[in-house]
Design a protein around this ligand. Sequence first.
Ligand code: NAD
Length: 490
Amino acid sequence: MTTTSDKALTTSGSQFYINGTWVNPAEGGNLHRTVDANTGELLGATTLGTAIDIDSAVRSARAALDGPWGHTTPAERADVMLRFAACLRAHADDTARLVSRENGMPITISTVANGIVPSALLELYADLVTKAALEEVRPSQMGATIVRREPVGVVGAITAWNFPQMLAMIKIAPAMAAGCTIVLKPSPETSLDAGAIGEAATEAGVPPGVLNIVLGGRETGAALVSHPDVDKIAFTGSTEAGRKIGAECGRLIRRSTLELGGKSASLFLDDGDLDLFLSQVGATSFLNNGQTCSIQTRILVARTRYDEVVDALVEYTRRLAVGHSLDTNTQIGPMATERQLERVLGYVDLARSSSARLVCGGGRPRGLDRGWFVEPTIFADVDNGDRLAQEEVFGPVLAVIPFDSDDQAVAIANDSVYGLGGSVFTTDEERGIGIARRIRTGTIGINYYELDPGSPFGGMKNSGIGRELGPEALGSYLEYKSIYTSADQL
Ligand code: NAD
């Protein structure tokens, strides 16, 4: 199933994209073997960059910022970004397929998330920055103040493996629009597909140094976070890593955006439309094989509808098509890595020994023992204090919990260290919005859950600090400067 383009993309794993060209790692470095999540077969090997490679990339980004890129107008940057979007789109199908094999994402989702969305994000921010007022003059007591918004500077972007192209471009697009320069450090599990970003940047004539890519793992990321010449870190990943990165950024007084884990709740109220709920649950609770930060893996159900909802959910889940991620019929592909599979099965074992009731799945699917497949699994009667309800599993495992009143549903939803996503299913939209207002979460949907690129996305509590998407993300890559002048400027 490997195409010529797939092969071209995988060769980039041995080189880094610095100052507009592909360069060899400074040292031999350790290798990370990327395997096909469906089969465990080798896809390619990635050299893990060192602090020396990070230093070259940051120097290149700084030089570009201090050079002509630092003086571009929003319209000039928008032109570059639109060319970049077009070139990225030309790689979209191959990129989507490669990611699907790297992390097991069903191809129907990957085609959108890794194929269509990244170039759309570049277009969105190209448009937003040309309309943004980056400078205004205000009357002051002494005369007038010019309030400017300038690029934050050199941005270190560190991403997770679950939506690699989208997570990278959620950072690159607003950062480029703002006039920043970037060093991207993708996750080692999905480093091969990062080649498409570098190729498209070259084809589009993105000026050298504006975008740099160094592959590597935790140490490579840590070297980027603590590099003295980085101005901001934009991170997506686990809460555990985010805590360390946030601490280091605090020590260095370095700006940071942290998009972290979640354990969100979907509330099915006593007047909920069950057919509608079932039509959405694939997206709200199982998206990308359960490997999505914002999905709602706690299903809170009104007790008056409890048995009916549990039975229907089990029926729905049993019918989910589990299979090869490149098969367009597949709804649930394999876990991204063997380690992730073991983690998910570990949580299933833990829940089996609790008072919760296993009503669906709970093991590995028959006939799919080569890759990292796990059965979509449901536990009913889960106590919200159980580890299954409190910790992020990051797999297709749902915990169903009954509630007796709207107040209790809100209390259970809020009884979590996380606050990232959420949904409320009710035929009374106003009631749903009222409940949504009371839940401590960064995003929540009424009768569906889908990211809106035009609005801010991010978490409360341990789910993170700061927001991505929307005009707010552009603002997070800009720094205010006030220039006090005479009233002549008015
Ligand atoms: P991870 O934290 O292990 O790694 C994420 C990235 O950070 C990788 O590139 C990794 O190499 C790097 N890294 C790890 N430790 C680091 C350190 N100390 N310093 C610098 N870099 C470091 O996470 P993962 O397993 O790749 O991804 C899964 C996690 O990401 C889940 O918890 C998920 O909820 C979260 N996530 C959050 C969002 C969001 O928008 N909130 C989106 C997707 C994934």
